[in-house]
Structures are given as structure tokens and as C-alpha cells.
Design a protein around this ligand. Structure first.
Ligand SMILES: C[S@@+](CC[C@H](N)C(=O)[O-])C[C@H]1O[C@@H](n2cnc3c(N)ncnc32)[C@H](O)[C@@H]1O
Length: 277
């Protein structure tokens, strides 16, 4: 049985939707690429009518581009592991999968079982969020990671000394995957809850709020993030392009926060603000 390899290019918000839809239909081994992601499916499964219907819909979308390639059957796990590299963030943080060797020379090491969730450190947004977190004191702080994906940012927070970490995501798979990764890193979260910040109606407040999602969600939810942020607390945001920075900045500053620092990589921004009042 051969495999079909798909290489998808799309805007970030689509990536999450597409990987979720394709995962349900049997695509596997999702790997982020510079402009989207790659995934695989057995040839027989690819001809299933549900998959064909999905692709007929994608063909009509102008913001999704994909290429299909037939490749011979291989031991898929082995191949995937061979091509899945660990991440080095500024020679300080090492993000690896369970099948990579540990590198104790780094200040912090995070082990991620990426399954199908976003947040392996390969994406520019995650990479920059980790680097920004490294520079902000987390010791004895309470933290919430909104849109946790693999849970990587909350895990980083725990390793940096946060006294409590909580996580939320809208995707059931990410909730399970975050729990797996918390276990792998021996981090005990306060909670991992499914839902948007509106649905969850959180009552606690936090010293650190992290949200690496996308422009639309951030613009809609920033006022809620500010509400659950303690005075002098830090708000970390990513998941948007440089072109959207003025709009994000205006909204956050309007809510009484000041910018501490931002970085950009390949047009993706990550930024940290502090609540001054
Ligand atoms: C770009 S990924 C970030 C994952 C991880 N935090 C990281 O930094 O790599 C965004 C995550 O947010 C989740 N998400 C999307 N909309 C959301 C919302 N309104 N509230 C909470 N999570 C959301 C997605 O399911 C996805 O796991």
C-alpha cells in the first residue's frame, strides 16, 4: 500500500482548521513547514468519499494551496522520527520529542509528544514566545496558557518557576495532548479546560497570561485577558503578522498595559506587555 503525501500552504488560522479536519479523516504525522504543513494518508483511505469531498471544498478556497505526491510505503514512524528535529531556542531552551536524546547542557529542556497539536517549537510564534518567556521572571507567579496546543508554553512557565500553571484550548485533542505533555515533563497543572475564555468565564486572576492564537481571536479576546491579569502582570501574545501589530498594540495599550518587548521572525510577531495599574 502506497502513501499519499500532502503539502499544504495556507494562512495560519486555516492551518488549525485543516489539520483538525484532516486528522479526523485519517491523515497522520503532521509536520509544520515554513508556509503550512505536511501530512500523510494511506492511498486507500485517500480515495474515501469523505476525503474527496473535503478536497473538493479546499479546491474552491483561494487561500489554500496544496500538492499531492504518491510515495512508497515505509515504516512511517521511523521515517517521521528521522525527519523530526529537536528545536534549539537561543542555545538556552531545547525542545525535543521522546525519541530524541536529552541535552542537559541547555538551561531548560522540554519534552513534547507532538501528536497532532500545534506547539512543537518549530513554528516562529512558539519559538519567539519561549524566548520572551525566558527573559521574564516567572518565579512564584501564577500563569495561564490560553490556546495551549501541546501545552509547551505552560510547561516552559513551570520550568521557569511559576507556582501554578493552567491551560485552556478549544480543541479536545489539544486538551489530551497538553495533559500527556504535562505528564512527560512532570508538571502538575492547576487545570486544563476546554473552551474559549468567554465560555469558561474564568474567575481567578493570574500574574502571567499567554495567548499564541491568531489575530481575529486575539482582537476579540484581549479585553478578557486584561480582566484576568493581575496588576504588574505580564501578557504575552503571538499568532499574528507584523502588519497586524499596530491594531493589536492599540487595543492592548488602550487597556492600560505597556509594551515590554517584541520580536519578529519571518514576519511573525511575539510581544510581551505589562499591566501598570
Ligand atoms: C497557534 S496554536 C498555539 C499552541 C501553543 N500555545 C504554542 O504556542 O505553540 C493555537 C492554539 O489555540 C487554540 N485555539 C484557537 N482558538 C482558541 C480560542 N478562542 N481559545 C482557546 N484556544 C483557542 C487552537 O486549538 C490551538 O491549539
Amino acid at each position: 500500500m502506497d502513501f499519499i503525501q500532502i503539502n499544504v500552504q495556507c494562512d495560519a488560522p486555516f492551518g488549525e482548521i485543516l489539520t483538525a479536519e484532516m486528522g479526523e479523516l485519517g491523515f497522520t504525522s503532521f509536520v509544520e513547514t515554513e508556509l503550512g504543513f505536511e501530512a500523510y494518508i494511506e492511498e486507500e483511505e485517500f480515495s474515501h468519499p469523505a476525503v474527496q469531498t473535503l478536497f473538493n471544498n479546499y479546491r474552491k478556497q483561494t487561500r489554500i494551496w496544496y500538492e499531492l505526491k504518491k510515495i512508497p510505503k515505509v515504516n512511517w514512524n521511523e521515517e517521521w522520527e528521522k525527519n523530526y528535529d529537536p528545536i534549539n531556542v537561543d542555545d538556552k531552551i531545547y525542545v525535543r520529542a521522546t525519541f530524541h536524546e536529552s541535552k542537559p547542557a541547555f538551561d531548560y529542556e522540554i519534552v513534547i509528544n507532538p501528536k497532532m497539536s500545534f506547539g512543537t517549537g518549530h513554528h516562529e510564534t512558539t519559538h519567539q514566545m519561549l524566548a520572551l518567556q525566558y527573559d521574564i521572571d516567572h518565579k512564584d507567579k501564577s500563569l495561564i496558557d490560553i490556546g495551549s496546543g501541546t501545552g509547551i508554553l505552560a510547561i516552559m512557565g513551570a520550568k521557569l518557576g511559576a507556582k501554578s500553571v493552567a491551560a485552556t484550548d478549544v480543541d479536545e485533542w489539544c486538551i489530551e495532548n497538553s495533559q500527556d505533555n504535562f505528564d512527560l515533563n512532570e508538571v502538575k497543572p492547576e487545570f486544563i479546560k476546554k473552551g474559549t475564555i468567554h465560555q469558561l468565564a474564568l474567575t481567578e486572576t493570574y500574574d502571567i497570561v499567554l495567548a499564541n492564537i491568531n489575530t481575529n481571536v486575539l482582537l476579540e479576546e484581549i479585553p478578557e485577558y486584561v480582566k484576568i491579569l493581575n496588576s504588574k502582570g505580564h501578557l504575552f501574545l503571538s499568532g499574528f503578522y507584523e502588519t497586524d501589530l499596530p491594531q493589536v498594540n492599540a487595543l492592548v495599550l488602550e487597556h492600560g498595559l505597556v509594551e515590554v518587548k517584541h520580536t519578529t521572525r519571518k514576519n511573525w510577531v511575539a510581544i510581551v506587555y505589562q499591566k501598570v495599574s
